[in-house]
Design a protein around this ligand. Structure first.
Ligand code: HEC
Length: 162
């Protein structure tokens, strides 16, 4: 009987040891995955905003040149970047305010669908105002967006042949 107890204890301890070994190994794998994840590239808030800036500019030249398909495309690009802010920078306090720009984008979309340059201009100015409103409430008031006077890139034509 004593021997049996001794044997069972040894088996018990060995299997316990194996369990602990397995847990330690899994923990190590989790830790290494965590390190890998932390090193995965994630676009920064300012980086995504620089993309928004480019599409905001192109949107203007598309609209005033009545290239409505391009204007619509640029709005989509801006919306995608706004989604990226939530996806990659959701933990930043400022990300909570990002949706304040949605109504301005929707109104501008309507002007584009109406093919109205006049409505486009008014709504574009309103959109730009909302960009700045958000910069103000997020304490980036020194970051001022304006209606562009020159396209950023010289290698893109905005007017399409009718
Ligand atoms: C959440 C509200 C919010 C809205 C809406 C918003 N921004 Fe920003 N923007 C920020 C914040 C916050 C920063 C600073 C990001 C950082 O930490 O680098 C910023 C930075 C920028 C920058 C500077 C990027 C750089 O690094 O040089 C530009 C340009 C910019 N925004 C353009 C725009 C434009 C154009 C719009 C409108 C179409 C817009 N933003 C709408 C919050 C906003």
């Amino acid at each position: 009987m004593k021997n049996l107890i001794a044997i069972l204890t040894v088996i018990g301890l060995t299997s316990c040891g194996l369990e602990t070994e397995k847990i330690t190994e899994l923990q190590m794998r989790i830790d290494s995955l965590k390190t890998e994840l932390a090193n995965v590239y994630k676009p920064g808030f300012g980086e995504i905003m620089s993309g928004v800036q480019i599409h905001h500019s192109k949107l203007w030249f598309a609209g005033i040149n009545e290239n409505w398909k391009l204007a619509d495309f640029e709005i989509h690009e801006i919306n995608e970047l706004l989604d990226d802010i939530k996806k990659y920078q959701g933990r930043r306090e400022e990300s909570k305010d990002i949706d304040m720009i949605k109504p301005a984008l929707e109104s501008l979309s309507k002007a584009i669908k109406k093919n109205s340059v006049r409505d486009f201009k008014t709504n574009y100015e309103n959109l730009t105002k909302v960009c700045n409103d958000c910069h103000k409430i997020t304490k980036f008031e020194y970051n001022i967006v304006k209606v562009p006077s020159q396209p950023v890139f010289d290698n893109q034509a905005f007017r399409v042949k009718k």
